[in-house]
Each structure stands twice: as C-alpha cells, then as structure tokens.
Design a protein around this ligand. Structure first.
Ligand SMILES: Nc1ncnc2c1ncn2[C@@H]1O[C@H](COP(=O)(O)OP(=O)(O)OP(=O)(O)O)[C@@H](O)[C@H]1O
Length: 790
C-alpha cells in the first residue's frame, strides 16, 4: 500500500510556518579575527536585537548557550507527534555559510559523537523508534531516502558512487512531488536508519572556504516516510513524511574567497536560495487572490513545494552568527526568516483513500448489524438472513458506486497530470529554442543603424532596403516567440481545449494511448470489483446453504419420521373413532368412551402441529433448492467474467505492446529528425556566417561609397566655385585665360572621376545586394519556419 493520496478526514486547518532563530557562539576563527558579538536577546521573550536598534520577534529564539537537546525538544518533538498521526513535517535549516546549520541538523553525525552535540536528525531517529516501541498495536513500515541538490543536479546519497545517476523530479497525481529512481531504503531498526544517515553524510559534497573549513556545498534532504496500519485487520492506514533539510549557506565571494569549482558551487547555492526567497515572498504576499508561486524556478523549491504553502507542518531554523563582521548577513537572514513566518500551510492526514472508505463502510455495516439486532429483538440470524442479504447487497452496491467514483477521480487526475507533463515538455522545448534563437549572432546585429548608414547612398533606392526590412521582420518574429512563453504558462487548460489547438500527432497519440489504457484499466477494475462481489455473494449463499445442509439431513429424517407419526396417529384415530362409535351404543362403556374422545382430540391437535411442521420443512427444502440454483448461476457468471478478464488483460497487453512498438518507431524517427535538424542548423549557421561576412563587406563598401559621394559633392562644389571665379576674372582681361582654362579643366576632370567612382560603388552595391538577397530569404524563411513550428 504505497498510496499517499491525502484525503480530507477533518476540516483543513491553516497553520503558519514556524520559525526558530538559533545563534551559535563565536567560533575560534572569529575570535582570532577580533570579532565582537552584535546580537542581544530579550530574556523570556522570543525576541532578538541586531546591532542596537533592529528588533525581530519569532516563534522561538535560542541564544548561543542553548543546547542541542533543548532546540530539539522545543521545536522538533511536536512535529514528530504529528508524524504518528499521519501528517507530513519538514524542518528546514537556513542561514549564512558557517552559521551552524549542519551542526544543528546533525549533518556530520557519527555514532562516536558526544551525546550533547548530537543534532536534530539523529534525535528524530531515536525518538521515532521510541514512539514505535510504545505503539505495539500498530504495524509500521519505515523508509528512508537521502539526496542532495548539488549545482542544480539531484544526487542520490544512498547508492554507491559508481551507480550514482543524476535524478529528475516528477509530479505524480497520487504521491505529489517525487524523485524518479531515488533509493528508498526500508529500515527496521534505529541502527539501520542511522547507518543510512552516516552513509549519506559521508557522501555529501563538502568543501573548504575562508568562512568554513567544512562547508556543505549542496542542499541536503533526508526523508523518513512512516507508514502505519492499525486495527485488528490492519485496515486503518496512514502515512506521514518527515523531510529534514540542511540547506547550503548563503555566501559572498568576497568573504569566502571562493574560486573555480567553489565559486561555481557558491553561485548555484545563492541561485537556489534566491528562488527559495522568491517562493517565500510570493507565499507571504497577502494579495487577496491566488498569485503565481515560482516553485519551478529551481530544483530546491520544487522539492520543497509541499513544505512551503502545502501539506506539511513546517519549521524553519534560521542559524545566525553573532559576530559583528557578519552583521549585514545576519540581518538579511532574519529578514528572510521573518518573511517565512507569513507562509500558511494546510496540513492534512495522509490516508489511503480506499482503505479509509473500506473502514467507513465496515463501520457502517457494523452499525447496521447492531441496529438490525436491536430492531428484531435479537432474533436468530437465519431468520434474518433474507433481510441481511438485502442490506448487504445495498451496501455492496453503494460500496461499488463509491469505488467507481474514487477510481474515476483518480483516473481524471492522472490524465490531467499526464497533460501537464506533456505541456511542460512542450514549454521546455519552446523555451530552449527561444534561448537558442536569442543567442544567435544574427539577433545582435543593429539593423536600423545599418540601414541608416545605407540611406546615405541609397537614398530613394527602395529595393536596397528590402533585405534589411526582412531581417528586421525576422528579429521581431523572434521577440514574438518570446511572448509565446507567457501563453505556455497557462498549462491548466482543460484537456479538451488544449487538444483542440495542438497539432502534434505524436503527443496526441501518446495521450490517446494513455486514455485508452486508463479506460481499459477502469474496465478491468470494474470487472474485478463485480467479480469480487459475485464471489462474495456466492460464498455467502454457500455458507447459508452449508448451514442448512447440516440441518437438512436431520430435516429429511424428521420429515419421514413425522410422516410416519402422522400415519400412525391417523390409524390410531380411526381405531379410536370406531371404538368411540361402538362405546356410544353401550352405556356401560360411557367413561371409557369419554376418555377415548379426549384422546381423539389430543391426537387431532398433535396431528395438526405435525402437519404444520411438515409444511415448514418442505418450505425450507424448496428454499435450499432455490439457493442451489442461484449458486450454480453465480458460478456460471463468475466463469464468464473470469474469461472476460483474461480477454481484457490480453487486450491491455496487446495495446501496450503496440504502443511500445509505436514509441520505438517514433524514437527512431525523432533521432533521424534530430540528425536532420542538426544538419539544417549547421547549414543555417554556415549561411549566416556567409551573410555576416557579406554584410561586413557591404558595410565597408557602403562606407567607401559614402566617401566617394562626399568627394563628388566636394568636386561639384569646387566646380561651382570655379564657374563663379571664371565669371569674375572674365572682367579682368585675357591675361589669366590660359590659367583659368587649366583650372576649369582640372575641376571638370575631378568631377568626372568622382562621378565615375560613385557610379562604380553603386554598381558594386547593387551586385552585392543581389548576392545577399537569397541569404536574407533563407533567414526570413527560417523565421517563418520557427513561427510555424511553434
Ligand atoms: N550552536 C553551536 N555551538 C557550538 N559550535 C557551533 C554551533 N553551531 C555551529 N557551530 C560550529 O560552527 C562551525 C560551522 O558550523 P556548520 O558547519 O554547521 O555551519 P553551516 O551553516 O552548516 O555552514 P555551511 O553552510 O558552510 O555548510 C562548526 O565548526 C560548528 O561546530
């Protein structure tokens, strides 16, 4: 029974995330650096003052002298009690690097550790098993998993390092957030569980920074799942999950002096914590309407989705350093923790819905039985069997209806979550393509600036601008694609709506297959239920029959005996009657005759009773024959249904095989398409590189043309000035004629040369445009292709 589907067995209570602040003592490094404490505490109040003025109030505040045991007893022990009642719980250690998170959680625990130093997780294990030993009437199944999120990758800490794979998160309709392939070890003793903790602790990613010699470089989540079965028939089931989270510490590169891998880790740690901060802020906002919570921004926030604003009792332990050198980080941690207090969770008991329903029905049956006995004054069951059967049938029908409803709802939920997964896959594809396209060099070209420089030469040349307009269109298409991302946010559309718009055959086939499988499974489920009902009915009828059978032998003997008795009595009666008649004639025999008459009356009443008994026995025998018929009819029906079930299973298997083949074929096609796509992308890249080169040449030529244009303008200007000069000098005589003609000729030649040069440049530009146009066409088609694809 692995189903953790939480059903509401009581009114949902809103419980805020509780926040505890734990301030550690100054560590030797801080003392050596001459740091002074900058935190003060208000005695008897959960208040803390940073520096001299800023005061914060939390649910619990622990000063540096507080021992590990007190922290556990005050904050974590109540959560453990909730786990025994089937609730989920989370403890989250947050804080700056080196502030004492791992120390508080017990993330470096080994069995040799001093008892006073033992942190939260080993204490949880110890108290959990203590609690179990006090609940002998309950059957427990305990499972443990331990993972870390290192550089945005999920790593299983409970499997050998050589088998370690990068895991991914899945959202399951029944079980919520799940890590596919994560090791879940079933443990029976506290020692087993401690061994898992030690194994995971030794595998955690740890590194040395200037702030902490053994700094955790990952977020670690230790999860204990506690399944419980109670009651004489173990039919009351619930399951609570306890997440114990040691977050990596927020850090500043300046202080940690991290470089290389450490720096990369630090960036990822801060990124995860930032997403967590965003989720906390969004959850804390009291906007009155349901706002978007960015759980999907990081693996950490997805993993903690249920613990923040979901189905869990959650405690955040914010660890801080008292050193004045860390004042700013401490104030930030307190602000972060203060925001977390605004988060409201709705924890509910996690029960197996079918077990809960069964239990409720059993209770109902029990109650009805009691009522029935009371109503009939405690008559024997065989007298009530008929009424009981009717009631049981009604209950069985109701039970079947309820089961049908539950199955339908579960199926709907699983279909919806399948759709969500598909849509998310699409969304990721789109986002990736948008990123690819955005990162492409072609998008960084400043088209308008380029077009302006071209205007200098091609003023009025409409044709020359066309390629630039095409490129501009392409860029705007790409930005339109970004808007599509927003559209994809709306993934909660009903299934039929979204399938209308989707043209993806492959996905729709997968969905159809999933739907078909769900239908077949439902059919199978119904068949199984009806079969179980019929078998139960046949069993009950046979039970009644067997009881009757034991009576039957004696009934038949009785019947014969009774018939014999009746005959004897008849005979005796006739004799007596004859004697009475004879005695009537003889008055001396009056007394004897009176005695005989009395005897005759007795015999008649005895005979009447015996006849009644015979009628009753005959009725019982008839009833037995009827129920024999019913049993054989039921058995026939059961046989038919069994063969139907075999057929159905065969059908499901065939359908699955077909789907597997289809999937394999599709996968092959996808691989081929991917190869083609890679080739196409390479060609596009080649084309665009060529285009880049040509654009550079074009730019250079445009500049040359502009220079030639300028020179032409200058020459024309000089020509104009020379003409005016000439007019001027004509009045001054013929002496300077030769010099004037020479000057005029020089100018004319310059103008002609410049004009020729400008014409050449223009021709070159036109030629270049011709060559570039196909390149623009391909790029524009690419844009169109992307738009059509998405
Ligand atoms: N309450 C405390 N009492 C005594 N020493 C403490 C306490 N809390 C932390 N320390 C010491 O402070 C140092 C840093 O603690 P720890 O490694 O737990 O920090 P952290 O927050 O987990 O750091 P990181 O985020 O870098 O992993 C350790 O040497 C630890 O023993």
């Amino acid at each position: 029974m692995g189903c953790l589907f939480p059903i509401q067995v009581m009114e949902e209570k809103v419980i805020p995330v509780r926040v505890a602040i734990r301030c550690r003592p100054l560590v030797p490094r801080e003392l050596a650096e001459g740091c002074e404490p900058c935190i003060s505490f208000v005695p008897g109040e959960p208040q803390i003052i940073v520096g001299t003025e800023k005061a914060f109030t939390f649910d619990y505040v622990f000063d540096p002298a507080t021992e590990q045991e007190e922290v556990f007893n005050v904050t974590v022990a109540p959560l453990l009690r909730g786990i025994f009642n089937g609730y989920n719980a989370t403890v989250l250690a947050y804080g700056q690097t080196g502030s004492g998170k791992t120390y508080t959680m017990g993330g470096t625990y080994t069995t040799t550790q001093d008892d006073n130093e033992v942190g939260v997780i080993p204490r949880v294990i110890h108290h959990l098993f203590n609690g179990i030993s006090q609940r002998s009437e309950t059957e427990f199944v305990l499972k443990v998993s331990y993972l870390e999120i290192y550089n945005e990758e999920i790593i299983d800490l409970l499997c050998n390092s050589k088998d370690r794979l990068v895991l991914s998160i899945r959202e399951d309709a029944k079980e919520g957030i799940k890590v596919a392939g994560l090791t879940e070890k079933t443990v029976c003793t506290a020692e087993d569980m401690v061994r898992c903790l030690e194994m995971g602790n030794s595998s955690r990613s740890v590194g040395s920074t200037a702030m902490n010699a053994v700094s955790s470089r990952s977020h670690a989540i230790f999860t204990i799942s506690v399944e419980q079965k109670r009651g004489a028939q173990r039919d009351s089931y619930c399951c609570g999950k306890f997440h114990l989270v040691d977050l990596a510490g927020s850090e500043r590169q300046k202080k940690t002096k991290a470089e290389g891998d450490r720096l990369k880790e630090g960036i990822n740690i801060n990124r995860g914590l930032l997403s967590l901060g965003n989720v906390i802020s969004a959850l804390g906002e009291d906007s009155g309407k349901k706002n978007h919570i960015p759980y999907r921004d990081s693996k950490l926030t997805r993993m903690l989705q249920d613990s923040l604003g979901g189905n869990s009792h959650t405690l955040m332990v914010a660890c801080i350093s008292p050193a004045d050198a860390n004042l700013e980080e401490t104030a930030n941690s307190l602000r972060y923790a203060d925001r977390a207090r605004k988060i409201k969770n709705k924890p509910i008991v996690n029960q197996d819905p079918q077990a809960a329903e069964l239990l409720a029905l059993k209770r109902q049956v029990q109650q009805l039985r009691v009522q029935l006995l009371q109503a009939t004054g405690g008559r024997a069951p065989e007298q009530l069997s008929h009424e009981n059967t009717e009631r049981e049938q009604q209950l069985a029908e109701r039970n079947a209806d309820l089961r049908k409803n539950v199955d339908r709802l579960v199926r709907q939920t699983s279909q919806l979550s399948q759709r969500v997964v598909l849509l998310e896959m699409q969304k990721e594809k789109v986002q990736k393509s948008i990123q690819d396209v955005k990162q492409h060099e072609g998008c960084s070209v400043d088209i308008s600036a380029f077009a302006q420089s071209l205007d200098v030469v091609a003023n009025g040349e409409v044709e020359l601008r066309k390629p630039f307009e095409l490129l501009q269109n392409l860029q705007s298409k790409i930005s339109e694609l970004e808007d599509y991302d927003d559209l994809m946010q709306d993934i909660n559309r009903p299934a039929n709506e979204s399938s209308e718009g989707s043209g993806d055959d492959s996905d729709s086939f997968s969905v159809q297959h999933a739907e078909r499988q769900a239908e077949l499974s439902e059919e199978l489920l119904q068949l199984n239920q009806t079969l179980a009902m019929k078998q139960e009915l046949a069993r009950r009828v046979m039970l009644v029959d067997n009881t009757m059978l034991s009576f039957n032998g004696s009934y038949q003997d009785n019947l014969l005996e009774l018939e014999q008795k009746v005959q004897n009595l008849e005979r005796e009666k006739e004799e007596l009657y004859a004697a009475v008649q004879a005695a009537k004639k003889d008055s001396s025999h009056a007394k004897i005759s009176e005695q005989r008459r009395k005897r005759l009356q007795d015999l008649e009443s005895e005979m009447g009773m015996l006849k009644k008994k015979i009628v009753e026995q005959t009725r019982l025998l008839k009833h037995k024959q009827n129920s024999d018929k019913t049993v054989s009819k039921l058995n026939d029906e059961i046989q038919v249904m069994k063969s139907q079930r075999v057929q159905l299973l065969k059908h499901i298997k065939e359908d699955s095989d077909k789907f597997r083949q289809w999937r394999a074929q599709k996968d092959r096609e996808v691989l081929q398409l991917k190869a083609k796509e890679r080739k196409r992308q390479f060609e596009v890249l080649k084309l665009e590189r060529g285009y880049e080169k040509q654009a550079a040449v074009l730019r250079r030529k445009t500049e040359e043309a502009a220079a030639a244009n300028r020179r032409l303008r200058d020459a024309l200007q000089r020509q104009k000035e020379a003409g005016e000069k000439r007019k001027d000098q004509q009045q001054r005589g013929k002496d300077g004629m030769a010099a004037r003609i020479k000057g005029w000729l020089t100018n004319e030649v310059e103008v002609l040369v410049s004009m020729e040069e400008a014409r050449c440049r223009l021709n070159e530009l036109l030629e270049d445009r011709k060559l570039l146009a196909p390149g623009f066409g391909t790029a524009a088609a690419q844009g169109g292709h992307f738009a059509a694809y998405y």
